[in-house]
Design a protein around this ligand. Structure first.
Ligand code: F6P
Length: 354
């Protein structure tokens, strides 16, 4: 097996706390194993533009605790075209980059698959606050974002209690309701409103009115941004008019993406970064690092993308037909487990709040 001499590392898509910890782990372990590391700045666009610098041990010092990404991030329209992918592959050739560790969300992995198809094998590390990568139980940044939401909603609850109000809080997650569901449990919200599970508003309003009669002053409702742009504000008005409880709306927005990563995200990022390098050294490219239980396992990057499409309802029937039955069964099981977990969290929220 040919020994790999030089790899690249990049971050792409929305940044997430813990990306720096992953960059550090990739760089440090690769150097330890005698592999050179090229830092690619500004994601795939930076790769096309040759925005690349060699990284040494000390370049990744004192970043494990920092939010954002030291390699910066960008969404590249040029890289979406095949001509852009070829330019990126040519840039790898020019800089002697034999494989790339790509850290990001599903868009980053689609890019990694394109680059792999263009001859540059990639290994993906899931880094997004949304937790919307089907193949892994957790993505880097998810835990920190949720902790930020909890801190902020606790503050909103203080003022809600003083004024005897309801606060509708919109959290991020793109189309996924993971942040909304788990934070709803952690802040004691009356309900989480997410795309994946329909809400029975008659039931929610009835519960709120009963609880108010029993002396409850503050109410929190968490809604996921995936419900739509004006959804949260409209919902606040609807809640107020139907329940008679004064209601305010708060959109937490990008504040959820910043800040120092939690212990959990630092450890996850470090484990995934190290596993990515171990796989590269073993000649196992074209993989995505996934958390399953307490272990990091590698899943074929094409399969990871397929299971992701399946979860997001984006897998075309003609694509599904090409998947061997046992593999399709396993993919459907992963998706069903995720949905079952969401249903369970939703059940808990409904039964133990108010
Ligand atoms: O994917 C992370 C995320 O923060 C999503 O939750 C959100 O929908 C999106 O990125 C916002 O993107 P931008 O930073 O481009 O506004």
């Amino acid at each position: 097996m040919k020994k790999i001499k030089r790899i690249g590392v990049l971050t792409s898509g929305g940044d997430a706390p813990g990306m720096n910890a992953a960059i550090r782990a990739v760089t440090r372990l690769a150097l330890y194993k005698g592999i050179e590391v090229m830092g690619i700045y500004n994601g795939y666009q930076g790769l096309i533009d040759g925005d690349i610098k060699q990284l040494y041990e000390r370049d990744v010092s004192f970043i494990i605790n920092r939010g954002g990404t030291m390699l910066y991030s960008a969404r590249s329209t040029e890289f979406r075209e095949w001509s852009g992918v070829l330019k990126a592959a040519a840039s790898c050739e020019k800089h002697g980059i034999e494989g790339i560790v790509t850290i990001g969300g599903d868009g980053t992995f689609r890019g990694a698959v394109d680059l792999t198809n263009a001859g540059v094998p990639c290994i993906g590390i899931p880094g997004t606050i949304d937790n919307d990568i089907a193949s892994t139980e957790a993505t880097i940044g998810f835990d920190t974002a949720m902790n930020t939401v909890v801190q902020l909603v606790d503050k909103l609850r203080d003022t809600s209690e003083s004024h005897s109000r309801c606060t509708v809080v919109e959290v991020m997650g793109r189309d996924a309701g993971d942040i909304a569901l788990q934070t709803s449990i952690a802040v004691g919200a009356c309900t989480a409103i997410i795309k994946e599970i329909p809400t029975d508003f008659d039931h929610v309003i009835e519960k709120m009115i009963d609880a108010r009669k029993n002396g409850k002053r503050n109410f929190v409702i968490i809604t996921a941004e995936g419900m739509g742009a004006d959804y949260g504000e409209d919902l606040s008005k609807m809640i107020e008019s139907r329940s008679g409880i004064e209601t305010r709306f708060a959109r937490l927005a990008h504040i959820q993406r910043g800040g120092s990563p939690t212990l959990r995200d630092r450890v996850l990022a470090t484990q995934m970064g190290c596993a990515a390098v171990e796989n590269l050294v073993d000649g196992q490219m074209k993989q995505v690092m996934c958390l399953r239980g307490n272990n990091i396992v590698a899943m074929d990057i094409f399969d990871a993308l397929t299971v992701d499409k399946l979860m997001k309802g984006k897998l075309k029937p003609e694509e599904e037909e090409t998947i061997p039955p046992n593999k399709l069964y396993e993919m459907k099981r992963i998706v069903a487990d995720k949905q079952a977990y969401k249903n369970y969290l939703n059940y808990i929220i409904d039964h133990i709040t108010l």
